[in-house]
Design a protein around this ligand. Structure first.
Ligand SMILES: [Zn+2]
Length: 119
């Protein structure tokens, strides 16, 4: 792969990684017993004084956080994997056909692991 293109893609990946990490921290925290795992943060609820409606809102928000967190975590891992592949010179190769992934596709999604045919 063209060095210049790879540098552009690395910058995009690193910028997105930071962004995703920031978003992850807003809805979750790293699991203390497994640093690779993120868990959703429940909204703080004051159970003693909260009325039942507020408790229900809190649970809904927790479930919302869990869904968002799952998506963010998936993306986070994709970006991490792509950066790792760059280090190992395995970046930009389609997992299905082993051909080089189109630069346009990588520019649209630098963490892509398949070519346009196999997306
Ligand atoms: Zn392919």
């Amino acid at each position: 792969m063209d060095k210049k293109l790879q540098n552009t893609l690395r910058e995009k990946l690193e910028a997105e990684l930071k962004e995703v990490e920031k978003e992850l921290r807003s809805v979750g925290r790293i699991n203390p017993s497994n640093p690779k795992d993120w868990e959703a943060m429940p909204d703080r609820l004051d159970i003693v004084t909260a009325d039942p409606n507020e408790v229900a809102d809190g649970i809904e928000s927790y479930e919302g956080n869990t869904a968002i967190l799952k998506q963010l975590e998936t993306r986070y891992n994709e970006i991490k994997a792509a950066l790792q592949q760059m280090k190992n010179n395995g970046y930009g190769i389609c997992h299905v056909c082993k051909n080089v992934i189109e630069p346009a596709r990588l520019l649209a999604n630098p963490a892509a692991t398949t070519c346009q045919t196999h997306m």
